[in-house]
Design a protein around this ligand. Structure first.
Ligand SMILES: [Zn+2]
Ligand SMILES: [Zn+2]
Length: 354
């Protein structure tokens, strides 16, 4: 136990100055440039221009994802590379960061202190995902395919449907499994240890959908591989579905104040996902969908009260001591018991003072 604590202290001392350096110096020019948008944001307040932006950005991006995705397929791209993913996030950042400043949902969430930590989590998770989770998933698929007759799978997938319908179908099937896995992570305390890292964020913005513990996805890699081995969707459909998932994921966590209308009842949207990040478990145990939201509607976990806005006070209420640094977050599932004890002692001390 003492050794773990020593390793933790050593690693925190090593990484925290880098995170602080990135926050204060590396992000400084971006902070200055982005702050110039604030007067413009005040200027467009209440205008028709703002309303047009709020309504049109989401459907525009969905259409663009389909167009670009199928164009890439036409040109022979059917595989997401590491460089491609990094490039895609840079493009998203260049568009989303200024827009989040122009039409922010929460002014509090403009604070960028969590960004360097999220960079580390992104690259750590990506390396782990590409070199461990992915090969394990592919190996599981290969094993299952060997065991079943290929005709069974090929017979199941409706390749005759329009490609857009096939993408939406695959997205929905994928999210059915994701829904139950996500719900399990909230309802089971052992699983919550891993998923709490994602909910530790105190702000929602375009990039923090990638904030999660790399081990969180390990079990799901096996679980999802099995049904997908049976489905055997064409690789082109899988590729475009992956891109669409990325777009939905950026919007799901964005700080843009959008007006989505029916999309709030179809996709996992910024508005319904903000309730999922609520500090209160009573509200947060809802809207588990990662891409679509109709599984929540079907299984009774949908939460979107009419005429209300979600709070921007988010995080893990019962654990104010939850780590904020990269190393702290990486180790949090392993130090969960200690964190919980400390949090309960803090609560006890507080109640004594009161
Ligand atoms: Zn969650
Ligand atoms: Zn989230």
């Amino acid at each position: 136990m003492k050794t773990l604590k020593r390793i933790e202290v050593f690693l925190i001392r090593l990484f925290e100055p880098i995170e602080r350096f990135c926050h204060f110096y590396l992000l400084l020019p971006f902070r200055v440039i982005l702050s110039r948008i604030d007067p413009l944001a005040r200027k467009i307040e209440g205008t028709r221009f703002k309303k047009i932006l709020q309504v049109s950005i989401y459907p525009l991006f969905l259409v663009l994802t389909f167009v670009i995705g199928f164009k890439l397929v036409e040109n022979g791209y059917t595989f997401r590379t590491f460089a491609g993913t990094v490039g895609m996030f840079l493009v998203f950042g260049l568009i989303f960061a200024p827009l989040e400043r122009l039409i922010p949902f929460s002014k509090k969430w403009r604070d960028d202190k969590e960004l360097p930590t999220d960079w580390f989590l992104f690259f750590g998770g990506k390396l782990w995902g590409d070199y461990l989770n992915k090969p394990l998933r592919l190996a599981t698929i290969a094993l299952v395919v060997q065991e079943i007759s290929p005709e069974i799978g090929q017979g199941i997938w409706p390749s005759h449907l329009h490609p857009v319908i096939q993408v939406l179908l695959l997205l929905s099937i994928n999210d059915f499994f994701r829904y139950w896995y996500h719900r399990w992570m909230h309802e089971n305390e052992f699983m919550w240890r891993w998923h709490a890292v994602h909910h530790s964020s105190e702000r929602l913005y375009w990039f923090n959908g990638t904030r999660s513990h790399p081990l969180e996805g390990l079990v799901s890699s096996f679980l999802w591989a099995i049904p997908f081995a049976y489905i055997q969707a064409p690789v082109e459909v899988i590729f475009v579905t992956g891109l669409l998932g990325r777009t939905i994921g950026r919007f799901q966590h964005t700080n843009m104040d959008l007006i989505l209308g029916p999309f709030d009842y179809i996709f996992s949207s910024p508005k319904n996902h903000r309730y999922h990040h609520s500090k209160s478990h009573k509200i947060g145990h809802s809207n588990y969908g990662g891409d679509v939201i109709f599984w929540d509607i079907l299984f009774g976990t949908f939460y979107l009260p009419k005429g209300e806005q979600p709070s921007d006070d988010i995080g893990i209420e019962e654990m104010p001591n939850y780590p904020k640094s990269f190393v702290g977050l990486m180790l949090a599932p392993f130090t969960y018991g200690r964190l919980k004890r400390e949090a309960m002692e803090m609560e006890y001390d507080k109640s004594k003072i009161e």
